[in-house]
Design a protein around this ligand. Structure first.
Ligand SMILES: *Cc1c(COP(=O)(O)O)cnc(C)c1O
Length: 371
């Protein structure tokens, strides 16, 4: 069986978690603070706030940016439902936008048509770890006076024009769930150079208790405090951070190169295979979280079944969110993303996969499409 995705945890993570468990303090303390400092150093920014999921990171980022009930947030429909749920959790309305055929990223022309007086933010999604023309997204945001919340759940460790994702821009959110580029079991992080915003995120992750993070890092708690805004219990625990810290240490040497090598190999082998279209998202600096391809001619499901019969798991990233009941409000049709959805097929990609596994995957695809 070749799995679509898989966590890659070594003895070092097990040892690190065991040490935390033996210390007998499982909450948010030193381990989280160290993980945040190490993430900040790696990304090249001063401030990182860790939370318990990537979805929570997005929600708190929106809340801290003062996005609230009635506000509209532009989001590409081709994303995990987490992006949309984070917007509704903040009280705002996600406005589903179409995507570009070539790479599945937000189509700014379509987004522009959906601007209203209520539009307050735009949430580009770095689909398959590609940032596309993120500079144009920032130009668009300046023009329309929008906050930018980057859903960088796929893009941890990527660079764009030599700059690390998170080291530039407005607000950037990462996910460390079990199968992302690095994992802390579950987890996420908000990154921004906006100090006031980061203070709000820091308080909001601990039920809105003012400056509780500082105290917890000193092994203390706040007993007398004030609360001035809605908070949530979204902080990260030391157990999670213990996994994340080791993953971060292994990222450049082990995890990232493996993902890059496998994706390059798929590309080489699939180039020229009839009925296969590769997305144009293979820029340098991409550390691919997933490897989606397009199967043309209405043959996606046939290829998917053949792979399944050969013991190869595949995925479909993603069912467009505007087709989900909860988000279908305006019932508009988004032609590009709907067509893409019928063609997309995500091939196995994770650091435990071998080049020979990719060869097997490509062989089944080529054989199926021969006839
Ligand atoms: C994984 C993911 C998220 C949410 O992250 P969690 O840590 O699972 O909550 C958000 N957006 C996208 C595109 C994702 O892939």
């Amino acid at each position: 069986m070749i799995r679509l995705s898989k966590s890659f945890v070594s003895q070092a993570e097990i040892d690190s978690v065991t040490e935390v468990l033996k210390r007998g303090f499982l909450g948010m303390g030193d381990e989280v603070r160290n993980f945040e400092d190490e993430l900040a150093a790696y990304i090249g920014i001063t401030d990182v706030v860790c939370v318990n999921t990537g979805t929570a990171a997005l929600q708190l980022a929106l809340q801290a940016a003062d996005i609230r009930a009635g506000d509209e947030v532009l989001v590409p429909s081709l994303t995990y439902v987490a992006s949309f749920q984070a917007v509704t959790a903040s009280g705002a309305v996600p406005i589903a936008c179409d995507v570009r055929e070539s790479d599945g990223l937000l189509d700014l022309d379509d987004a522009e048509r959906r601007i209203t007086k209520k539009t307050r933010a735009i949430m580009p999604v770095h689909y398959a770890s590609f940032l596309g023309d993120i500079d144009s997204v920032y130009g668009f945001a300046r023009k329309h006076q929008l906050r930018v919340i980057e859903d960088a759940a796929h893009a941890f460790g990527c660079t764009h024009n030599g700059r690390r994702v998170g080291s530039f821009g407005d607000i950037v959110c990462f996910s460390f769930d079990g199968i992302k580029n690095i994992t802390s079991g579950e987890g996420g992080a908000v990154v921004s150079a906006d100090r006031a915003l980061m203070d709000k995120v820091r308080d909001a992750r601990l039920l809105g208790v003012e400056r509780d993070s500082e105290r917890r890092y000193q092994g203390e708690r706040s007993w007398e405090f004030d609360v001035t805004s809605q908070g949530w219990r979204y902080h990260m625990s030391d157990v999670m951070a213990a996994i994340g810290r080791v993953q971060l240490r292994r990222f450049e040497s082990e995890l990232a190169p493996k993902r890059i090598t496998l994706a390059h190999h798929y590309r080489d082998k699939l180039t020229g295979v009839p009925k296969i279209r590769l997305l144009t998202n293979n820029a340098s600096g991409v550390v691919p979280h997933i490897f989606p391809i397009c199967v043309l001619g209405g043959r996606r499901n046939e290829v998917r079944s053949a792979l399944e019969s050969a013991g190869i798991q595949t995925g479909i990233h993603y069912l467009p969110n505007h087709l989900l009941t909860y988000f279908s409000g305006s019932r508009q049709s988004l032609p590009v993303v709907e067509r893409l959805y019928s063609e997309l097929l995500t091939l196995p990609l994770h650091p435990r996969l071998e080049v020979a596994d990719c060869d097997k995957v490509v062989e089944v695809i080529s054989e199926t499409l021969k006839n």
